[in-house]
Ligand binder design. Structure first.
Ligand code: FPP
Length: 232
């Protein structure tokens, strides 16, 4: 039996379909999805998860209609504003990872502020992947490695040396990855970091994924037999 995952990660999917089923605009689903973010963060802290990471916005998501992109960024601003006290009260460190050069100055400022204020929190780290994609991460890591080490230095690199150039440097690889809404794919998420991650797929749409569903995923993870390519 596995214990509680050190790092649990979620591809939050199905907000649009959830809204459509109710005859509403897609953004209505995203707003409802923020409640699931809050619920899962609480459930993760309660369970003793040390890192909870959420795929909030991919590099590919920039291609969505402008109004939807703007609303998602606005929801992020609102969440930062509304949740600061709760995060601090519960000892949750807030971290945003991704291609932050594409975010607005205003949003980057709010992110830096919250990251600074929660930097010393140690109960759990909440990682929000924003403007992130796995291929982008591997490419930026490769460029930084070459710039820092030169061609000769790169030639002698081991996989563990590469880890520290990824934006996730210092964060353990996910033990568990949950994807909601019935889709069963990685969608350019943590490609390098998910080498030995256990995947849990559920048909539940993200706005309906709350504490009981999160706990069920932890139970499913606990029952898995992790072998890391070895024979037991
Ligand atoms: C996937 O549903 C969801 C997203 C792309 C955005 C997730 C964002 C939030 C829950 C809100 C803000 C986040 C935080 C961390 C405060 P979809 O739109 O792809 O749904 P569909 O597949 O049904 O169309």
């Amino acid at each position: 039996m596995n214990e509680v995952p050190v790092h649990g990660s979620i591809i939050m999917d199905g907000n649009g379909r959830w809204a459509k089923a109710r005859g509403k605009e897609r953004v209505y689903g995203h707003a409802a999805g923020v409640e699931s973010v809050r619920a899962c963060t609480e459930a993760a802290v309660e369970a003793g998860v040390k890192y909870l990471s959420l795929y909030a916005f991919s590099e590919e998501n920039w291609n969505r209609p402008e109004a939807e992109v703007n609303r998602l960024m606005e929801l992020m601003m609102e969440a930062i504003r509304n949740e600061m006290k709760t995060l601090l009260d519960n000892g949750v460190r807030f971290v945003v990872l991704g291609n932050r050069a594409r975010l607005s100055e205003r949003l980057n400022g709010a992110i830096d502020d919250l990251m600074g204020k929660t930097a010393a929190c140690s109960r759990m780290t909440l990682v929000i992947f924003l403007s992130y994609s796995g291929k982008w991460d591997i490419l930026q890591a490769m460029k930084r490695a070459v710039a820092e080490r030169g061609a000769e230095g790169v030639r002698s690199m081991e996989t563990a040396d590469f880890d520290r150039y990824l934006v996730t440097a210092g964060i353990p690889d996910p033990d568990l990855l949950i994807r909601t809404s019935g889709e069963e794919r990685i969608s350019n998420y943590l490609l390098w970091q998910c080498a030995y991650t256990e995947f849990v797929f559920t048909d539940v749409l993200w706005p309906d994924f709350r504490k009981p569903e999160f706990r069920a995923a932890l139970a499913e993870y606990a029952s898995r037999d992790r072998r890391y390519g070895k024979v037991k």
